[in-house]
Design a protein around this ligand. Structure first.
Ligand code: HEC
Length: 369
């Protein structure tokens, strides 16, 4: 866990030694996550791509007559990663932030969006799905603990749950009529298997647009990136298709998301989708997290989080929010819900302590039923 930080720092140091070969063109330095396929990968395995963000950044640099360089940094907590890299001038542009103006406030400018990613249905070619009603009476394969599972459960639609998205996809035409999974995987699967179509799903927590971020004073660079994104639109689409991203317009199947989930997801803007707590699974950190929890939280949430009262039972976070739960919990712990009696902790507890508490909470999550 600690080690990845050291590796990222080493990569950072190494990056500054690179430019020798690029003496003739100005460098354009991008910050990206070293381990976030299919978006960005520092050291791809044989047969694995370097990721859509990396390839888009390279095309854009080439278009601007610049030499692309990468500063690698894990983006478990997006804002902190942006502060430590872009805002600390370790790179010129951060690739792959959500298109949300409030995300970095006035410290960063966002480019135009260059790709949209999210969840999608994989349906047999003869089946038409234009609304939620079209899913009634059909069995939908989902990956356990993902937003699609939650969306279906909240509407009493029949889901068949699988451990992985790949298994859910393989069930189409067997145990299930269709699948509802992460778009890039859906796209890739339907390309390799005939007779299927991919329908991206719109709605709360279902789709994101990705942008570049630059420092607030770099308006000129933002303008150059925007122009490059416009000019390279077709090329970027081709790259996105190569990585299996479905590009059709999303169908609004989940328009009426229940309020609790919609609010929780809307406020969970600090973490980027799909990232990990650096202390996850670290026994020592989990022990420290439990201790902190029992000092600060247990008088409302019970010793070791074993609360008998459902409303404050933190063993139910994953059941409540599926794989959004770490983001929802992080946001709630940091900002509190003052109207509901949950205090704010971001000034009282360091980010590390909150991470350790989250690593502890991970160990007490219950499965549905
Ligand atoms: C003074 C009482 C109190 C203390 C102390 C407290 N909480 Fe809470 N917490 C609450 C209440 C009440 C709620 C439920 C808010 C609601 O209904 O939305 C809550 C909600 C939460 C939630 C969201 C639960 C959900 O299902 O959405 C998390 C996560 C959480 N608390 C974590 C913590 C952690 C971690 C600590 C210690 C650092 C802590 N709380 C300390 C009262 C407290």
């Amino acid at each position: 866990m600690k080690k990845t930080g050291v590796v990222a720092l080493a990569a950072l140091a190494a990056a500054s030694l690179l430019p020798a070969a690029a003496a003739q063109t100005a460098p354009l330095r991008f910050c990206a996550d070293p381990d976030n396929p299919p978006f960005s990968v520092e050291k791809p395995a044989p047969g694995q791509g370097r990721g859509l963000y990396v390839e888009v950044a390279e095309r854009i640099a080439a278009h601007l007559g610049a030499q692309p360089q990468f500063t690698w940094w894990l983006t478990h907590y997006g804002k902190r990663a942006v502060r430590n890299t872009l805002l600390a001038k370790q790179c010129d542009a951060f690739v792959g932030l959500p298109n949300d103006r409030g995300y970095m406030g006035r410290q960063a400018l966002l480019s135009k969006p260059f790709v949209r990613v999210g969840y999608a249905l994989v349906v047999p070619a003869g089946v038409s799905v234009a609304s939620l009603d079209d899913l009634r009476g059909r069995k939908v394969a989902v990956q356990f603990n993902t937003p699609p599972q939650l969306v279906l459960a909240q509407r009493d639609l029949a889901a068949v749950t699988f451990r992985t998205a790949e298994e859910a996809l393989a069930a189409v035409g067997r145990e299930a009529d269709l699948a509802f999974v992460w778009g890039p995987l859906a796209g890739d699967y339907s390309r390799r298997n005939g007779g299927l179509k991919v329908v991206p799903v719109a709605g709360e927590g279902m789709q994101w647009e990705a942008v570049f971020a630059v420092r607030a004073e770099d308006a000129a660079l933002k303008a150059r990136l925007d122009a490059a994104i416009d000019a390279l639109g077709a090329e970027i689409r081709t790259l996105a298709e190569k990585y299996g991203f479905p590009l059709a317009a999303p169908v609004p199947l989940t328009a009426a998301a229940p309020v609790m989930y919609a609010q929780a997801v809307a406020t969970a803007s600090d973490a980027l989708p799909g990232h990990r707590n650096p202390y996850s699974g670290n026994r020592e950190a989990i022990g420290e997290g439990r201790l902190e929890f029992n000092v600060h939280c247990s008088h409302c949430h019970a010793q070791n989080a074993q609360s008998a009262e459902q409303r404050v039972d933190l063993r139910r976070l994953r059941i409540r929010y599926a794989d959004k739960w770490p983001e929802v919990a992080l946001t709630t712990i940091r900002n509190g819900r003052s109207d509901k009696g949950m205090p704010t902790w971001k000034d009282a507890l360091s980010a590390e302590k909150i991470d350790k508490i989250l690593a502890f909470l991970e160990t007490v999550q219950r499965d549905p039923n």
